[in-house]
Ligand binder design. Structure first.
Ligand SMILES: [Zn+2]
Length: 677
């Protein structure tokens, strides 16, 4: 409920609207009044006046910030003080008032203030009403009210020691099915064998929308699982605000931070992406800009005492090299430093115990990790040779940005074994990158040393990135690589008996649809492509229903298909596609990757720039339904599979934020008997 302002549109359900008119009437005879245009944590009570509790939810004792954007009535007046109340009791912490004369978003009047108190927490379960009260210099006041919930945890059975989140980025049901068809085969209308993730005893469906969009990106897609709260797209571990600063947003405590602070658990992050990327960062870093790479990687190290970060592996060396080093992407533009003289940001340091950051583009961050006790490995051989019995903290950076995908890593390994160089991994300059399961094996060994347990997040990142590129074989092989990791983690958890594992995604990517199978051999497909048949090519190749048959891929000793260019192959369509040319044959080169610091120079300029720059010969252009050169995420629910103690709670249709509370329940209070009725 908002007692005094004029800027909010109110929805038209009768009762709240009538109350709103009455309140407006009461204040219309009063003096000029200030207003509150944002109140955090977000709630439907504040934004529309509805008492429906669509609100932020927290664990007992989970920390978060309270914030309000307060606008004076006009530009001759100012806000002189503000205080926050929860359930009618004033929060004692000094309120930081940031003046919007500079540093606020366009559209926020310059004489507005942003009032914040940091790192508050509450233990009493239930819905709490909170408000901000502010005073204008002429004596006028404003009160705005919202609500949030403290979700009760109840005593249960076995308290789970370790939690492992296996996150296939962009992995919807179709991506899982495609990996099963290619790696396990079908006969007699049945899959010959299941994926590892198919064998998990419990599967549910997850709703993935973010705070400001039906269609999420990876930042809130991941952080919803580990904060219990929605955030805007591109934001991780924070609520939205009205300032330009990427690192000053109202924070919400991560599962990693909560479990480190209350139980001493460690955090491990393993990804095939650049380690600054949204999914890994949305477990440990608080920022409203997923692209602020220098600050993100600095925060991994500088706030490791808050998160328990002990293992960090993936690509992304470009953020760790001093600015002058070739390949470095460190820049003050993507970094942060909290001013000690400004209560708005220094309170983050004081109340959260966070590092104040530093503009330090010349920092040698690998050396700083090593000084802090991390062993550093730059390639697969170094990872294999590392004495893990003597390793408690592990940093692995296997490429400058995103690692190469499974298809190209496997191609590199097979050719290197025959003494052949010049493959894609050689183009990138990183011929010896580990597979995801190899990184994960090392992470499990290191993290298992903490007898208080660990939280490990493992990301198969390029399931998403290659689906964006509509590069079918590349995302399928990345899903197979991911499932091999699922299998490894599954056998760890079976032996350990004290580990809960969930396999899920942050969102679906590209509207992948398994439309059928090719009606021709690969040799005939190549002839048809050369003939440049356009839609005639499509009509001769695409087999639907019975004509699709069952594609039969065969696996090599490394567990990946001998070739993806088989006769009568699997065919994939994209429901969220950009324009592309299609010939259904495996693309010899991946698309250029804008994240790579060297992508403008030889030899990578030979890689196609976008999906219209490849497969030209067959003259078959498929018109996209979205603008741009990249297929997009969709709002479709995604599957989540679970195993281990507490797995039974992950059934049904859940919101992604629900997952946080289910994980927290089993880690802090123990497994509950499922209710089935
Ligand atoms: Zn994506």
């Amino acid at each position: 409920m908002i007692k005094s302002h004029k800027r909010h549109s109110h929805q038209s359900s009768a009762l709240p609207f009538i109350m709103f008119l009455m309140i407006q009437f009461l204040f219309s005879s009063a003096q000029a009044a200030p207003s509150v245009s944002r109140l955090t944590p977000p709630s439907e009570l504040f934004s529309s006046g509805h008492s429906n509790p669509l609100i932020a939810r927290f664990l007992p004792d989970q920390r978060f910030d309270l914030q309000a954007t307060i606008r004076p009535e006009d530009d001759t007046r100012s806000i002189v003080s503000a205080r926050f109340l929860v359930d009618g009791a004033v929060i004692g912490q000094e309120v930081a008032l940031k003046n919007c004369s500079s540093g606020c978003l366009p559209g926020i009047p310059k004489n507005s203030v942003i009032a914040t108190v940091r790192a508050v927490s509450f233990t009493k379960p239930g819905i709490h009403v909170f408000s901000v009260q502010a005073n204008q210099n002429d004596g006028a006041t404003v009160i705005a009210t919202g609500n949030f919930e403290i979700v009760p945890l109840v005593s249960g059975g076995q308290k789970v020691k370790n939690i492992i989140i296996l996150l296939g980025d962009g992995m919807g049901a179709a991506q899982r099915t495609a990996a099963r068809i290619v790696s396990q085969g079908y006969a007699q209308g049945k899959s010959v064998s299941p994926l590892a993730m198919d064998t998990f005893p419990v599967t549910g469906m997850i709703k993935t929308s973010s705070l400001n969009s039906l269609v999420t990106d990876s930042s809130p897609g991941m952080s919803s699982y580990v904060t219990g709260n929605k955030s805007n797209n591109n934001e991780e571990g924070v609520f939205p605000d009205d300032t330009l600063d990427n690192f000053d947003n109202p924070r919400v405590e991560y599962l990693s931070e909560y479990l480190k602070r209350t139980q001493g658990k460690s955090l491990g992050l393993v990804t095939t992406a650049d380690v600054f990327d949204a999914t890994p960062a949305a477990n440990a870093v608080h920022t409203s800009n997923r692209g602020a790479g220098t600050g993100i990687v600095d925060q991994y190290l500088d706030d490791r005492k808050l998160t328990g970060l002990s293992v960090l592996m993936g690509g992304g060396r470009k953020w760790f090299l001093p600015a002058q080093t070739p390949g470095s992407a460190r820049s003050d533009k993507s970094d942060y430093e909290f001013s000690t003289s400004d209560l708005h940001t220094s309170a983050i340091v004081k109340h959260w115990g966070a590092s104040s950051g530093l503009m330090d583009k010349d920092r040698d961050l690998i050396a700083d990790f090593e000084r802090s006790g991390f062993k550093y490995v730059p390639d697969s051989a170094a990872l294999k040779n590392l004495d893990l019995s003597k390793t408690d903290h592990l940093l692995g950076l296997f490429s400058l940005s995103n690692m190469n995908v499974a298809l190209d890593k496997i191609d590199g390994r097979r050719n290197a074994a025959k003494g052949i160089k010049g493959r894609v991994v050689d183009d990138f300059g990183f011929p010896d990158q580990p597979m995801l399961d190899e990184m994960t094996q090392a992470a499990l060994t290191v993290l298992s040393k903490n007898e208080k347990g660990f939280l490990l997040m493992v990301e198969g990142a390029s399931i998403d990135k290659q689906a964006h590129n509509m590069d079918t074989e590349r995302w399928i092989l990345d899903t197979i690589e991911f499932d091999k990791t699922v299998q490894l983690v599954q056998s760890f958890a079976k032996k350990d008996k004290n580990t809960l594992v969930i396999v899920t995604a942050d969102h679906e990517c590209s509207g992948v649809a398994l439309i059928g199978g090719s009606m021709v051999s690969d040799a005939r497909l190549q002839e048809l492509v050369k003939e440049g048949g356009g839609t005639n090519l499509r009509d001769k190749v695409v087999g639907i229903y019975e004509k699709a048959g069952f594609p039969r891929y065969s696996l090599d000793t490394d567990g990946y298909p001998k070739t993806t260019d088989i006769d009568f192959r699997l065919l994939v369509g994209y429901g969220a596609n950009a324009d592309r040319n299609e010939d259904w044959r495996t693309n010899p080169l991946p698309l250029q990757d804008s994240q790579q610091p060297f992508n403008k120079i030889q030899p990578l300029s030979a890689h196609p720039a976008d999906p219209m720059a490849r497969d030209l010969e067959g003259r078959l252009t498929i018109t996209g339904q979205v603008p741009g050169t990249s297929a997009v995420h969709t709002a479709t629910d995604i599957p989540l599979s679970a195993m281990g103690p507490g797995a039974w709670s992950f059934t049904g249709v859940l919101d992604n934020t629900d997952v946080f509370f289910l994980l927290s329940q089993v880690a802090t209070k123990g497994v509950l008997v499922p209710k089935i009725y």
